[in-house]
Ligand binder design. Sequence first.
Ligand SMILES: C[S@@+](CC[C@H](N)C(=O)[O-])C[C@H]1O[C@@H](n2cnc3c(N)ncnc32)[C@H](O)[C@@H]1O
Length: 422
Amino acid sequence: MVLLESEIPKKNILSVTKIKPMDGTFKNNFDIPIHRWYPYIEGFSINFVRSILNNYPQNIIVYDPFNGSGTTTLTASSMGIKSYASEVNPFMRFIANTKVNVVKSILENNEIFVLNKTFKDLCDKLLDTNYRKKVFKECKTVNDCYIEKDFFDKKVLQDISYIKYLIKSINNDDIGNIALLSLASITVEISNMIRAADLRKKTLKEKELASNSTIDLFIQKFSNVISDIQSVRNMNFEVTEFISDNAKSISKNYYNTVDLVITSPPYVNGTNYFRNTKLELWILDFISKETDLKVYREQAITAGINNVSVNNKINPLDIVEPYAKQLDKLSTDKRIPKMIRAYFSDMNVVFKNFNLLLKNNGRIYFDIGDSEYYGIHIPVDELIVSIANSNGFKLIECKLLRKRHSKTGNTLSQKLLIFDKE
Ligand SMILES: C[S@@+](CC[C@H](N)C(=O)[O-])C[C@H]1O[C@@H](n2cnc3c(N)ncnc32)[C@H](O)[C@@H]1O
């Protein structure tokens, strides 16, 4: 099935022409207070979400089932719009929750003064070598998960341990979370790893370039985070409610309550969201052994071969079989056709949930990219349109956001699909 412009009903078309190609990436967020706290290359931008939400009143509920670093929920909340979220990665939930609900709580409880005071006290202790020597034995705050691996230099791990020890003594949870977020945001930078698409070891040159002191970087980051909070002190944030960890499983309590979905699901391109955040998951104690990652991976949308397991619940879809069967023949790695079947089976469950969650006339903004394996083009957008149709949604607009390229150099695309509940 090829989506022809002429086949898309013209009524109800909403102008999303203000969305620019870069808005489908995280890049613009680096200049925006709070959005810039945690660099999430898999994210989209505030401009993307704002261009959509500008068309709506405040009294709606927006849901992002793949909330990641919380671009949708933070943008909505800062525009006075209530948001719901699902996110399977507990570290990303922590980031998105802190950016909205913790900031909201600090502002509403007039905690900026206490925040500044706590920061000052923390800096004094961070730089006090005598105090550090005194409490050295108590500073065993990093669990054993990857302790044997070469992810951090020994001195850096000791610094992290000391920072965490001091954060634990902060007796205000909101402020403690802001401090932890600051530490998490520099974790990759101070490690021996780099996130360039995937997490990998730094080259010697990359390591030299990033050779700042952990304590200095932490102080700088925490100070920037506080400045951002001060810069939004006159804004009213609406709350974000985390309605489930997993977009595939939603409580009945939320049925028929959502007006809009704005989301970018995992593309079927193998991004390993858990491996990419394993350092932060470890340092913030969301995992204490490597096998803990498997539990999260198995709940996630099957979008990479690492998510493929015997536990995947797959209901193969007829529309996917022509592609999966070609891959059965061509793939030396049998996990690839299984991944393709599982991905669309998962997406079918997600769209069933959209139907239950969205009010009549509710709308979905779905940012998606297509894929290619063994030279077989998988028209993810077209398959998603079929899945949406069979779950009670009609396509009202399909906008090309960006052209991308497969490993073999073929053109792939990033598109925005807009659906209305029928
Ligand atoms: C492309 S990212 C979303 C980024 C987000 N738009 C942002 O700006 O930060 C997709 C997210 O979906 C999450 N995810 C994968 N499977 C999930 C599931 N079954 N339920 C909820 N979230 C899931 C991943 O952990 C990842 O954070």
